[in-house]
Design a protein around this ligand. Sequence first.
Ligand SMILES: Nc1nc2c(ncn2[C@@H]2O[C@H](COP(=O)(O)OP(=O)(O)OP(=O)(O)O)[C@@H](O)[C@H]2O)c(=O)[nH]1
Ligand SMILES: [Mg+2]
Length: 246
Amino acid sequence: MNYIFVTGLAGSGKSLITSVLSDSLEEDGWGVARVNLDPSAETIPYVPDYDIRELIDSKTIYEKYGLGSNGSLIFAMDLLAGNLHAFLPVLESFDLDFAVVDMPGQLEIFTFRQSGPFLLNNISKENKLVLFLSDIIALFDFQNFISAEIMARILSARTNAPTIHAINKIDLSPQDTEKIKKYIEIKSPEELNSLNERYLFNAYRHIRKIAPETTHVLVSAKTKENIWQIKAYITRVFKGGEDRRE
Ligand SMILES: Nc1nc2c(ncn2[C@@H]2O[C@H](COP(=O)(O)OP(=O)(O)OP(=O)(O)O)[C@@H](O)[C@H]2O)c(=O)[nH]1
Ligand SMILES: [Mg+2]
């Protein structure tokens, strides 16, 4: 089974895109498992084939150990990393083409902790792809855009997986969509106005060297615009086609 791990900024649309992308892959004839690996999720917009909250939820941790909401989630992910045997066999029992896995929006588990990369690497050593989501409204200037890019690259490097940086919610702002397209095209620091932007861009260029390939798509989970571009990349990465179910 090929794994698509949906990560990214809090509230960027990870759960909605998990639903929309799974439906869309299914419409193309693929077998898809919808997996919720977010122990802090309150409601999710799809019917999960597996839901980690059956095993552990942040609210119980919060009540039991007296941790705050962020601390509870981090503790829950540590527990999951230490107890793979409790849920991995269920995922492995799915005889399907793809698992689309909805992850928590707390990026610290991927950037500063071992649990995020450990989970991704142990759930699937080879056949995985990271779908990293940002919210177009959060990327309102170049510094925010490049910060999201850096996060996406760090995740890619730490999981050694190809990454799609999906800038979501383009339905909310056609002007910002045009602006982001220009940011994506920037190739050299000389194209930037301020010293801060140039330094950040240079930092990004260095970080890019340690990451496998990443690509960009500008999408809307709400209107489904450009979801096909995510599917095109996914099927290319996994060299899909051979085991397609009709
Ligand atoms: N307009 C618009 N709203 C969206 C889009 N995608 C998601 N949303 C909305 O954004 C809000 C957050 O979406 P979620 O899917 O819960 O986001 P999330 O990344 O899973 O959030 P956390 O798990 O809390 O980090 C919801 O109200 C969604 O309906 C989009 O493409 N356009
Ligand atoms: Mg969510």
